[in-house]
Design a protein around this ligand. Structure first.
Ligand SMILES: C[S@@+](CC[C@H](N)C(=O)[O-])C[C@H]1O[C@@H](n2cnc3c(N)ncnc32)[C@H](O)[C@@H]1O
Length: 242
């Protein structure tokens, strides 16, 4: 992919409207997940965790509160600027494109809340996993939290209007050409806006084959933030690899 072209994820995630639309996402679930997974993996407090991509840092800040040294990276300059207000001696944020290799290694890398599958070419998805594999210290864990596409397909809400902060977001969803697409249109600040989120329809078998391609071994598969087992009806698909 030509990195200079404007990709949907560069644009949309960098807007204030993305954060307004998703402001109601459940942070208590995210915190419960971070507590559960760090306990389950018995991650010592000396672990340096990379949260990639971190958005405005909701997981990174909480992991740091739990006592970990945390670095958050994200492509969105606006999100990193906002996250930087939480920085301290053991919490840092930087702009980073996950298609690029890292300058240093980490003890654990977390990719959370469907932050994968944005690219047309499968090679780019594999490249991201390869960068993560190369960026892990020996025996380091990779925690990957994706949607369960089977559940999304079976429960697809094709049309919906969400009223948030005085904005009417018109949302249309479809599965087309191997992507789950969410078309979002609204009027805000006296302008019409429209964006399309495009995330690859990736079933567990395909994801696991990507992981194996870069040399990861899958240690655990969970279906939700409470670390319940994965089934076709699970809310999430969570892979833990080494
Ligand atoms: C669905 S959000 C999740 C963010 C965060 N993990 C959370 O739970 O709030 C996906 C994030 O991926 C970031 N992103 C998209 N493409 C990226 C890339 N190539 N490199 C790094 N970050 C990227 C976006 O800026 C956005 O913050």
């Amino acid at each position: 992919m030509n990195n200079s072209q404007k990709d949907w994820f560069t644009d949309w995630f960098n807007t204030k409207y993305y954060h307004i639309l998703y402001k109601n996402r459940d942070d208590s679930d995210a915190q419960l997940f971070m507590r559960n997974i760090t306990d389950f993996l018995k991650l010592p407090l000396t672990t340096h965790i990379l949260d990639l991509p971190c958005g405005k840092g909701r997981h990174a800040v909480f992991l740091n509160k739990l006592g970990y040294k945390v670095t958050g990276g994200d492509l969105s300059k606006n999100s990193i600027q906002s996250a930087k207000k939480f920085e301290n001696d053991s919490l840092h944020f930087k702009v980073h494109d996950m298609r690029k290799p890292f300058r240093q290694n980490y003890d654990a890398i977390f990719n959370l809340f469907t932050s994968f599958g944005y690219f047309d070419d499968d090679k780019e998805d594999v490249l991201i996993l390869d960068n993560i594999k190369q960026g892990l210290n020996k025996d380091g864990y990779f925690v990957f939290d994706f949607m369960n596409v089977l559940k999304v397909k079976n429960n697809l809400v094709e049309k919906e209007v969400k009223e948030i902060d005085g904005i009417s977001f018109n949302i249309q969803r479809e599965i087309v050409d191997g992507f789950i697409q969410k078309h979002i249109s609204f009027n805000a600040d006296n302008e019409d806006h429209s964006y399309t989120e495009r995330v690859k329809y990736l079933e567990s078998e395909k994801l696991i084959s990507y992981f194996k391609e870069v040399g990861f071994s899958i240690e655990h598969i969970f279906g939700d933030y409470d670390l319940s087992s994965f089934t076709n009806n699970s809310n999430r698909l969570i892979l833990v690899a080494k």
